[in-house]
Design a protein. Structure first.
Length: 234
């Protein structure tokens, strides 16, 4: 599959396990999430420059939190930063490092409020960065592979070599590395040997003028909604 070359790709950091640290390399559960910056995460990805093939990479720390603490204000800030970068002609797409607890909620929110043909790819990790064999570096490299693929569009999630659509992805396991599923539909694609093998076309953007107001309306004025897993009132 051909990729878009000689463009700018943006990585936005929000914290999560992928940026977590623990006192011991063997500790996969007793860690502190969101401790490392996105620049540090990118520095730990082997083969990154070869994957970029001369393209520019820009990174920005949007938030630094455990994703269980994700809130409407952070969602709005993240969406605004995505909008800022996606509106730049030189930007080919955006990758977001995120925690696993609320990744599916963030993905769906961004899919509804960002009307863009450019890809936005969320990725994560189930082990902290200090683990003996962390999964974050490979997931981040896979996310950059997907965002640069010519068929990628809309909001996607990449974890354990699988590519999920924002409207289908769900966390189904609290510990194993392959923690996400797209249900009976199955993944959109797999990342194999640095290439994306698509099983289905990604759904692309879902323009919604009402939802897009979330970018400009103060979060305290957002209406009450029933989320997919809980109810909340900003």
């Amino acid at each position: 599959m051909q990729t878009n070359n000689n463009r700018q790709w943006v990585v936005l950091g929000t914290g999560g396990t992928i940026a977590g640290t623990a006192a011991r390399m063997s500790d996969h559960t007793g860690y502190s999430a969101g401790q490392l910056g996105v620049e540090t995460l990118l520095a730990g990805v082997p083969g990154l420059q070869a994957q970029l093939q001369g393209d520019a990479l820009v990174c920005e720390q949007v938030a630094q939190l455990d994703s269980k603490d994700m809130d409407p204000a952070t969602w709005q800030l993240l969406a605004r930063r995505c909008r800022h970068w996606l509106d730049q002609p030189s930007t080919g797409g955006v990758v977001i490092t995120h925690g696993t607890d609320t990744l599916e909620e963030t993905a769906w929110f961004l899919q509804r409020v960002l009307a863009t043909g450019k890809p936005v790819v969320l990725t994560c990790a189930m082990r902290p960065a200090t683990a003996l064999m962390p999964d974050g570096p490979q997931n981040l490299l896979d996310a950059l592979t997907v965002v640069r693929d010519s068929l990628a569009r809309g909001v996607l999630a990449v974890c354990a070599g699988r590519v999920h659509a924002a409207g289908e992805v769900q966390k189904v396991h609290p510990y194993r590395l392959d923690a996400f599923s797209s249900g009976e539909a199955g993944p959109l694609a797999w990342v194999e040997q640095g290439r994306v093998r698509w099983a289905r076309q990604p759904p692309g953007p879902m323009p919604d003028a009402q939802a897009a107001k979330a970018l400009s309306v103060p979060v305290e004025d957002w209406p009450w909604v029933a989320a997919r897993r809980a109810c909340w009132r900003p």
